[in-house]
Design a protein around this ligand. Structure first.
Ligand code: PLP
Length: 235
């Protein structure tokens, strides 16, 4: 890790935080209530260490296998899993990650709960990923199934269901994603009225659309390219 690397990541962090503050101010929200998750997928461990040094202490990874090598090599930080989790990697994910944002089925939630109980790890923070637009290319709960899912989640005592997560429409115009973000916020309000155990977190917004997401109520934004630069293709 070089001093230059830390400095340039610290600068990128300050720029993103300023934009977070601007978006929060536009809607009268406290920017301190928005968590910046630095998405470090494909970024080598050495550079992620520089990022932590630069103040980017909350990191996001989308693959358990990549994270299994990287997280111990970085050695610090708070880690969010933001990508699809296969059943056979659930235990490894619980060993590695502090927060699992991508719980996309009741079966996965039940499995995580069972393993967390075995591991004596109560209160695992999770988010439910919602496929707001019912896009066949995306994972997540169909919004229409969430009421039933909430009933079954009630029984899972080892999970702390902190809120909802979604991915907006991937389009160059950030406004394209706004209706998805608004719909997730409305869904959260409606579900929380009936199930107070569902927490208020809303993880939504990436490099191209995090400001719109904050204006629509995001409490967690997941930003990769704006901090680390473009990724190699197909990653
Ligand atoms: C890669 C990824 C991000 C970050 O995307 P950027 O466009 O690099 O900001 C956010 N969320 C998820 C689920 C991702 O897979």
């Amino acid at each position: 890790m070089t001093g230059d690397e830390v400095t340039s990541l610290a600068d990128a962090r300050v720029r993103v935080l300023a934009r977070i503050a601007g978006a929060a101010a536009r809607t009268g929200r406290d920017p301190a209530l928005v968590t910046l998750v630095a998405v470090s997928k494909t970024v080598p461990a050495e550079r992620v260490r520089a990022a932590v040094e630069a103040g980017l202490e909350v990191l996001g990874e989308n693959r358990v296998q990549e994270a299994a090598a990287k997280i111990p090599a970085v050695g610090s930080g708070t880690w969010h899993l933001i990508g699809p989790l296969q059943a056979n990697k659930a235990r490894r994910a619980l060993e590695l990650f502090d927060v699992i944002e991508s719980v996309d089925s009741i079966e996965l939630a039940e499995r995580l709960d069972r393993i967390a109980l075995e591991m004596d790890r109560p209160g695992v923070p999770v988010l439910l990923q919602v496929n707001v637009d019912r896009d066949p290319a995306k994972a997540g709960f169909d919004p229409a199934t969430l009421d039933e899912a909430m009933n079954r989640l009630e029984a899972l005592r080892s999970l702390d269901v902190r809120g909802l997560m979604t991915i907006g429409r991937l389009a160059p115009d950030p406004e394209a994603a706004r209706p998805t973000f608004r719909a997730l916020q409305e869904l959260s309000a409606r579900l929380r009225a009936g199930w107070p155990r569902l927490g208020p977190e809303l993880s939504m917004g990436m490099s191209d659309d995090f400001e719109a997401a904050i204006e629509e109520g995001a409490t967690i934004v997941r930003v990769g390219r704006l901090l680390f630069g473009e990724r190699p293709r197909a990653a």
